[in-house]
Structure formats: C-alpha cells, structure tokens
Design a protein. Structure first.
Length: 205
C-alpha cells in the first residue's frame, strides 16, 4: 500500500469511527451529571487500593467516573481522539484491548497504588497512548507511526504525569496505565480468540 493510499485509509478510518469516540464522551458526561446529583457518591465505585470491594467495581467504573466537571473536561478530548485511533483494527479489537487495559491497570493500582480513591479516564488515556507508541515501534508502518506521532504531539505532556510530583495527581494510575497499554500491545497476538468472540457477541446482541 502506497503512502497516498495509507493516508487516505487513515482519514477514512478516523471519519468513520468518530461516533464511537463521541459515545464514550456522552457516557462520561451522563455519569458525571448523575455523580453530581448524588453528591459525588459514585466516586466510591472507583479503585481504593487494597479494598476488596473496589476490586469488583473499580476496574470498569473508575475509568468513567470523575471527581468534578473540570476533571472530566480535562480527560475528554484525549479520550475522544485516542479512542478513535484505537478503532483502527475494528470495534471488537478495541473493546478487547480496552477491557484488558482497564483490568490490568486497575489491578496494578489496587496492589501498589497510593491511598485514596482513584477515578478518571486518564489511566485509560495513558493506556491508549502506551499501546499506540508500542505498536508503532514493534510494527512500524505509516499508519501506526503517524497515529503514534499525533498522539505524542498532542498528549506527550501527559507522559510527565507518570512521575510523583503532585499530590492531587494520580501519577501511579497514569504510570500503571502506560505499563498496561504497552503490555497489552506486546501480547496482542493472544487477543485473537477474544476478538472473534467479541465480534460474534456484537452481531448477535
């Protein structure tokens, strides 16, 4: 595939998959309104390190709950853009890798994270960024490299958030998100059976 064809493919892929990024933003927005009406009680569904109950609810819930509208708005643009990039291999693949990233990041955070309640989509954002960077390094082609460079250009500053410099920043959640994204990308070949199963479920629900 030539350069022009690959560029055309990227543009078409991004255009087609914008709606899925918008769905994620809409879900987070609705949850934030509900959380506000409940006086932030939904935050208790986040990851609380070493708390057994949070290991049940946290891996899914923590990534879509935010501590406030400012927190949510800060995460929505990178989540929207990177989730669209992640759709390059299709919805079943994107769902599989997202679930694996969320569970692995949450488990690491539960085991080794600092005390407190960890919520927000930033861990998933860092997972997506790590996945795209590793994919560009391991399987370099114009599509993967361009997507990774765009991600680094716009969201490279987020990489500095993996270091413990701010008390109110879940730097450990960001770090474990990056590790999870790289790990899932590295073991991506093992995901094929799950992709097939997810695709079957999506067509029969």
């Amino acid at each position: 595939m030539g350069i022009i064809e690959q560029l055309t493919y990227i543009v078409n892929m991004l255009t087609i998959n914008i709606e899925y990024g918008l769905y994620l933003v809409a879900v987070c927005s609705v949850i934030e309104v509900v959380n506000m009406l409940l006086n932030r009680r939904l935050c208790l569904l986040g990851i609380i390190p070493r708390n057994p109950i949070s290991l049940i609810t946290g891996p899914i819930c923590s990534h879509f709950i935010h501590a406030g509208f400012n927190h949510m708005f800060f995460n929505m643009f990178p989540l929207f853009v990177l989730s669209v990039f992640m759709m390059e291999k299709g919805l079943p693949h994107m769902l599989c890798v997202s679930l694996m990233m969320m569970y692995s990041q949450s488990l690491l955070l539960w085991l080794f994270g600092q005390r407190g309640i960890h919520v927000g989509a930033s861990g998933l954002v860092m997972s997506y960024l790590g996945y795209l960077i590793y994919s560009a390094y391991h399987s370099p082609n114009l599509s993967s490299i361009l997507l990774a460079l765009i991600g680094i250009y716009y969201f490279g500053a987020a990489l500095f958030s993996i270091f413990p410099d701010q008390k109110r920043t879940s730097w450990d959640g960001h770090l474990f998100g990056l590790i999870s994204g790289v790990g899932v990308a590295h073991f991506g070949q093992c995901l094929y059976p799950f992709n097939v199963m997810t695709g079957w479920l999506l067509t029969h629900i």
